[in-house]
Write a protein that binds this ligand. Structure first.
Ligand SMILES: *Cc1c(COP(=O)(O)O)cnc(C)c1O
Length: 217
């Protein structure tokens, strides 16, 4: 099964990097996948899943969570401020904190609820105009602002430019995290998660390599 293959490759990459066995969490990215594939992975005992849209995540997981109450959902896609409440009610972690307005909304919700998902600040390491994320040179200040709002920032996330070697982007993300005292590094997808592990990833987000190709999205 693909899940076992990926788990084994992840374990080998973690060992090769000289890191502890449980150093890297495998987020199975189930967005846009047919339900039977997701059920297959659930039946194999996997419990950590990533979705990139709040509405889609609700539609898929609301009926499944009563049967699999120990599932943890991580929101990895762009988050509109008006979806922030639904996001914090559902997600154990949000990997796409990328602007002050969203930080303010999440801080207000955290105050009101007395709890917050773990938060990763998304960094646009390639400074791509069409891509979400804080620019590298603005990241230290943004992390400081988030901490000033008592937000639980646990790490950084990036999606390197599709056509480039991802390694320098992973290295940059690790460097920004280290100088800000952050342990979490959400980086690496189906095509490059082993490289990400070598650069210190703590969370890899793997979709198509586990579930098969997506029809769209
Ligand atoms: C879809 C997606 C992934 C998974 O991509 P694959 O190449 O299918 O592994 C990872 N991260 C984000 C933010 C995504 O949107």
């Amino acid at each position: 099964m693909p899940l076992n293959d990926i788990s084994e490759r992840l374990a080998a990459a973690t060992r090769a990097a000289g890191r502890p066995e449980d150093a890297v969490a495998l987020i199975a990215v189930s967005k846009v996948q047919p339900e039977e594939r997701v059920l297959g992975v659930l039946e194999q005992g996997h419990r950590l899943f990533g979705e990139n849209r709040v509405q889609e995540a609700q539609d898929r997981w609301s009926p499944l969570l009563p049967r699999y109450p120990d599932v943890a959902l991580h929101l990895i896609g762009p988050l509109q401020t008006n979806k922030a409440r639904a996001a914090v009610e559902m997600a154990a972690a949000i990997h796409s904190l990328d602007r002050p307005k969203l930080a303010t909304a999440l801080a207000r919700l955290a105050q009101e609820r007395g709890q917050s998902p773990d938060l990763f600040v998304q960094v646009n390491t390639g400074a791509e105009p069409q891509k979400a994320g804080v620019l590298p040179e603005d990241t230290d200040a943004f992390i400081g602002d988030c901490r000033g709002m008592d937000l639980p920032v646990v790490g950084l996330m990036c999606i390197p430019p599709a056509e480039e070697d991802p390694a320098p982007h992973f290295a940059m993300l690790a460097e920004i995290a280290a100088r800000n005292g952050l342990d979490g590094l959400s980086m690496g997808m189906s095509g490059d998660f082993e490289t990400a592990v070598a650069h210190g990833a703590t969370h890899v987000r793997v979709g198509s390599a586990i579930f098969g190709a997506r029809d769209h999205g």
